[in-house]
Design a protein around this ligand. Structure first.
Ligand SMILES: C[S@@+](CC[C@H](N)C(=O)[O-])C[C@H]1O[C@@H](n2cnc3c(N)ncnc32)[C@H](O)[C@@H]1O
Length: 219
């Protein structure tokens, strides 16, 4: 798990508690573990990968809510998309957007090999341009890309979300730096958290797991 963490990060959860919690969280499937291993082999750092706790929570939320139309902003090597695809069991579709060519190639390889129901569609390009163009209504949207644009992604997403649908946003505690923002990303994420909290269109919970996960439900 060491390479999943950001370098020089303040851990939000006590490391012993986190380890304990992970020990009692369902394990990733053999296929998803292979995606982690392959990403680790190909890349210097895989700390962008959301990891077992967030991945399992996404899976559970999809299963509980019955979400079938899913949109992801920020694919990386395909870990979270494949975790979500497992929850769908062939019953829906995931569109996932990635702009980095190296990550697109790796994700494509992983989807070819492990997306056994063919539910994942990789959309290549910049989410800033692509998101406004995407048509259709979604049940669940996972935002996990460039942190400075979270407010924009949220606004675009809420217009494409069904009533009762979920917008889940990763890294909203940004290693705890949102408490006293001292750079653009921490400032942007603090502003994002404030915006969601004041937004009457949603009810939300900010969970202090891993790097902070905001779960907002459209009313
Ligand atoms: C934190 S990673 C995503 C991790 C992935 N969701 C997972 O859990 O495995 C963020 C990804 O967003 C991509 N990204 C950043 N800005 C983007 C943009 N404007 N459009 C599309 N992808 C972007 C990065 O290249 C990176 O692969």
């Amino acid at each position: 798990m060491k390479k999943h963490r950001k370098k020089h990060s303040v851990q939000i959860t006590d490391p012993q508690i986190e380890e304990y919690a992970l020990n009692f969280t369902s394990e990733e499937s053999k296929e998803v573990k292979e995606v982690v291993a392959s990403s680790d082999e190909e890349l210097e750092y895989i700390d962008m990968l959301s990891g077992n706790m967030v991945g399992m929570l996404l899976k559970l939320l999809i299963s509980i809510s019955g979400a079938q139309r899913i949109l992801e902003v920020g694919t990386f090597t395909g870990y979270s998309a494949l975790m979500m695809a497992e929850a769908l069991e062939g019953r829906g579709q995931i569109k996932t957007i990635e702009m980095n060519i190296r990550y697109q190639e790796l994700a494509e390889t992983h989807f070819k090999k492990y997306d056994k129901h063919g539910v994942i569609e990789l959309i290549k390009g910049n989410a800033q341009d692509i998101l406004p163009e995407i048509e259709g209504i979604f049940d669940l949207i996972f935002i996990d890309a460039d942190k400075l644009r979270y407010e924009f992604y949220f606004e675009e997403s809420i217009n494409k979300l069904k009533n009762g649908g979920l917008i889940i946003t990763d890294n909203v505690l940004w290693n705890g730096t949102v408490l006293e923002p001292n750079d653009h990303k921490a400032e942007a994420l603090h502003a994002f958290n404030k915006k969601v909290a004041e937004d009457k269109r949603v009810e939300q919970v900010l969970l202090p797991i891993r790097d902070g996960l905001m779960i907002a439900r459209k009313l």
